[in-house]
Design a binder for this molecule. Structure first.
Ligand code: MN
Length: 335
């Protein structure tokens, strides 16, 4: 059945064997690491592994079955960020080439978010340019921290400059909390989507805002999944506390923190296709800054589509969330 709205899903994952295999080998060999534990879930022969590796068969069948018109596809977390710098850069390029080829085979069904290796900021900037100019990707994606470091740090300036210059939006996707904040999450395995992903990724966004990134790069666009990783709910308190305590080490900002969120950020509904979360998002940031996402193959396509179809919001808001915002932000031609 054709849907009433074009459906563009914006946080959909794939992987290449050259990334999956070494990560899974490390998960089997090394002491506990929450990010490696996540990779170990894609067991050899499992449906998850099969769906992550596939870019031609089951992925399109499931999309067709549930009326998903376009997937915006990115390399599964943690991408190349746990490899050594040189290898990470090579793997990012390889993964991007594989995705670009799939988009050539299925140009109306896929758009791509490129991978890059923040471990080498200059090399990452060159890969961002290649993804924009040669591969015609819709944007780039980073899996939050790299080696415990965040993109507001000065060394990553070339990455942010390239993103802004190329007009490439950056999706900040979760990974487990950085080592320096991971310990209290360990006891109940809270490092993943249950809480740690959101705490880690929300922190990354707040660091970028309060650290003055958007005064340096006013045209940089950032996308957060999972309803904005908690940040929209906190905006008024962040503003109030930012104003109340002008703490040492904080740069002076040109605007209130929330103003950057409402100017530079977009949020997606991945894993948060629940009425309370979506209605709050519309009130806090507006549907023109919201996009639909499934998180295939980690979340269920049928459920995400059914939830959004049934969402008690206006058709105008639903059209924005299902496709208009993604068409604008990711430059996806209208159907
Ligand atoms: Mn995801």
């Amino acid at each position: 059945m054709a849907g009433a709205f074009r459906r563009i899903a914006t946080e959909e994952a794939y992987v290449i064997p050259e990334v999956l295999n070494p990560m899974r080998d490390r998960a089997a060999a090394e002491a506990y690491d929450p990010d490696l534990l996540f990779w170990s879930r894609a067991r050899a022969g499992s449906p998850l592994e099969r769906r992550l590796l596939d870019l031609d068969g089951e992925r399109l069948e499931i999309m067709d079955q549930h009326g998903v018109d376009v997937q915006v596809i990115s390399l599964a977390s943690t991408g190349v960020q746990m490899f050594e710098a040189g290898e990470a850069g090579d793997l990012a390029a390889k993964a991007n080439d594989v995705l670009a080829d799939a988009i050539v085979r299925h140009p109306t069904r896929y758009a791509g978010l490129g991978a890059f290796a923040p471990q080498d900021p200059e090399g990452a900037a060159r890969e961002i340019e290649r993804c924009a100019r040669e591969l015609k990707f819709a944007g780039m994606l980073v899996n939050s921290h790299t080696g415990g470091e965040y993109l507001d740090e000065a060394k990553f300036g070339p990455i942010l400059a390239a993103l802004e210059a190329e007009g490439m939006p950056l999706y900040i996707h979760p990974r487990a909390p950085a080592p320096a904040m991971a310990a209290p999450y360990r006891q109940y395995t809270l490092e993943h989507a249950i809480w740690g992903f959101q705490a880690e990724t929300g922190l990354h966004a707040v660091r970028m805002i309060v650290g003055g990134v958007f005064d340096r790069f006013p045209n940089l666009k950032v996308i957060l999944g999972h309803g904005g990783e908690g940040v929209p709910y906190w905006l008024t308190r962040i503003d109030a506390m930012h104003k109340a305590f002008q703490a040492e080490g904080r740069p002076t900002l040109e605007m209130a923190p929330s103003a950057y969120f409402l100017r530079n950020f977009f949020i997606t509904t991945s894993g948060m296709n629940a009425p309370a979360a979506v209605k709050f998002g519309i009130e806090a940031v507006g549907s023109e800054r919201m996009m639909f996402a499934i998180d295939y193959p980690f979340c269920d396509t049928a459920e995400a589509v059914a939830d959004m179809d049934a969402m008690p919001i206006s058709d105008e808001d639903k059209a924005n969330i299902y496709h208009r915002t993604a068409e604008r932000v990711f430059r996806i031609p209208a159907a």
